[in-house]
Design a protein around this ligand. Structure first.
Ligand code: HEC
Ligand code: HEC
Length: 353
C-alpha cells in the first residue's frame, strides 16, 4: 500500500500514492472525510483535483459506509515511509484535470434499479464501484474518458506484456455479444473470477492481478452477484471488418501444427487440452493485442492459480515469425463462426521485446 506503482497513460507515467498511515509520505493525516472526498469527488486533501488514473469515476459509486470501513482498515496497515516518484508534469496539468472533471465526471452513489433483483443490484454495485471493471473494459474517447454508450465493450490500455516491456492490452468485451462473453454461463464467469480458471478460459496478463490481488478474496455470494450482473450486460452484434477466407486459409497449417493439439480441430479445446478458441472473447477481440500477447509471450500464470488438467501453453516468440503469428491469429479469428478483423505482421512486431 506504499504506492509507486507505475500506470502508463497517454499523458505519461502516473505513480500511485502511498496510502499507508505514515504522516509525512502517506495519508496518516487524512480524516475519514478526506478519504470520502477523494473517493467520491476526486479531490486531494488540499482541495486540488486528483488525476483520474485513481478511478474515482467508479469509486464515487461506493457507499459512505463502505468508504468508512475502508478508512478504518487503512488505519490498521503499518505506516511505511516512502515517497513514490513525483507525478511532476501531470501535477502541473491539474487545471486540465479540473476541466476534464467538469466534462466527464458525475459524482454520485450507486442507485439501485428497483426493477432488478437484489443480487443483480449487489453485483452492479461491486462491478461499477470498487471493482472498477469499466476502467479497463470500457473503451475511452480522445480525452481518456470512458465512452458510456459502449460500456464494457472492450478497452485498450498499456501495461507490462513481458519482463521489461510495456505494450498494448485489450480488455475484452464483457457484454453478452457473441464476440464477447456470449458463450459464457453465469457459473463460468463466477468460477473464472473466483479461481482464475473456468471451462471457457484461464487468467493471464493484467487479469492475474485483478483476480489474485482482489477478486479471490471476495465471498462467493458477492462473486455470484457480479457474475449475474456481467452476464446481463447487453452487447450489439459484430459489425466490423472480417478476416477474409484467404487470410483464414493462410494460417491453417500453422494452427494444425502448433495449436490444434491443445485447442482442437473444432476450436473447442478439451478437458485434457486447453480452453476453447471458438467463441473466445480474447480471440475475437476488437483489438487483437491480448491474443497476440498470449501467443508471443505465452500466458504468465500466477501462483495459486491452477488450470487443472490443461497442458501449459508455450510462448511462440522464438518459434514463429511475425507473419506466421499474424496468419495463425487470422485463422483463429475467422474460423468456427468467430467474428473479427484481420491481424497484420506489424501488429505482432509491436508486441515483441
Ligand atoms: C487492469 C485492467 C483490468 C481490470 C481492472 C479488469 N480487467 Fe478483466 N481483463 C483485462 C484484460 C487485459 C483482459 C484480457 C486478457 C486477460 O485475460 O488478461 C481481461 C479479461 C477478462 C475476462 C475474460 C477472460 C478471457 O480469457 O476470456 C473477464 C471475464 C474479465 N476480464 C472480467 C473482469 C471483471 C468482472 C472485472 C472487474 C472486477 C475486470 N475484468 C477488471 C483487464 C482488466
Ligand atoms: C500445450 C497446449 C497448448 C498449445 C500447444 C497452445 N495453447 Fe493456447 N492455451 C493453452 C492453455 C492451457 C490456455 C489457458 C491459459 C491461460 O489462458 O492463461 C491457452 C490459452 C489460449 C488463449 C486464450 C483464450 C481465452 O479466451 O482466454 C488463446 C487465444 C490461445 N491459447 C491461442 C493459442 C494459439 C493460437 C496456439 C498456437 C500458436 C496455442 N494457443 C497453442 C494451451 C495451449
Amino acid at each position: 500500500m506504499a504506492g509507486g506503482v507505475a500506470f502508463e497513460t497517454p499523458f505519461g507515467v502516473v505513480y500511485s500514492t502511498n496510502i499507508t498511515s505514515d504522516r509525512e509520505t502517506g495519508i496518516g493525516q487524512w480524516s475519514a472525510a478526506d478519504l470520502r472526498r477523494a473517493m467520491h469527488e476526486g479531490l486531494d486533501r488540499d482541495g486540488s483535483s486528483l488525476i483520474p488514473a485513481f478511478p474515482y469515476t467508479s469509486f464515487t459509486k461506493v457507499s459512505d459506509a463502505d468508504v468508512a470501513d475502508i478508512y478504518a482498515y487503512l488505519r490498521t496497515i503499518p505506516a511505511v515511509r516512502y515517497s513514490p516518484p513525483d507525478n511532476g508534469l501531470l501535477l502541473r496539468m491539474r487545471w486540465g484535470v479540473s476541466l476534464w472533471k467538469k466534462l466527464y465526471f458525475t459524482p454520485g452513489r450507486y442507485v439501485p434499479d428497483r426493477a432488478k433483483s437484489q443480487e443483480w443490484n449487489r453485483g452492479a454495485y461491486l462491478v461499477e464501484g470498487l471493482g472498477h471493471c469499466s476502467a479497463c473494459h470500457t473503451p475511452r474517447n480522445w480525452f481518456m474518458a470512458e465512452r458510456q454508450e459502449a460500456a464494457y465493450q472492450g478497452g485498450v490500455f498499456n501495461d507490462q506484456i513481458a519482463a521489461g516491456k510495456v505494450g498494448k492490452w485489450f480488455a475484452v468485451n464483457l457484454t453478452s455479444a457473441r464476440h464477447g462473453l456470449g458463450s459464457w454461463s453465469v457459473a463460468d464467469i463466477e468460477k473464472y473470477l473466483r479461481t482464475g480458471a473456468s471451462a471457457r478460459a484461464g487468467t493471464f496478463g493484467p487479469m492475474n492481478e485483478v483476480i489474485v490481488g482482489s477478486l479471490k478474496l471476495l465471498t462467493r455470494e458477492d462473486l455470484q452477484a457480479m457474475a449475474v450482473y456481467v452476464k446481463s450486460l447487453p452487447g450489439p452484434a459484430y459489425a466490423g471488418e472480417r478476416v477474409s477466407s484467404e487470410q483464414v486459409a493462410a494460417g491453417a497449417s500453422a494452427y494444425k501444427e502448433r495449436c490444434q493439439k491443445c485447442h482442437g480441430e473444432s476450436g473447442r479445446g478439451g478437458f485434457f487440452m486447453g480452453p476453447p478458441l471458438a467463441g473466445s472473447a480474447v480471440t475475437q477481440g476488437e483489438d487483437p493485442a491480448s491474443l497476440i500477447n498470449i501467443i508471443v509471450h505465452g500466458p504468465s500464470t500466477p501462483k495459486g492459480v491452477s488450470f487443472g488438467s490443461w497442458e501449459s501453453m508455450p510462448a511462440y516468440a522464438d518459434v514463429l515469425d511475425d507473419s506466421e503469428i499474424a496468419a495463425v491469429c487470422n485463422f483463429v479469428r475467422g474460423s468456427w463462426a468467430n467474428e473479427a478483423g484481420p491481424v497484420s505482421p506489424a501488429d505482432v512486431r509491436a508486441a515483441r521485446k
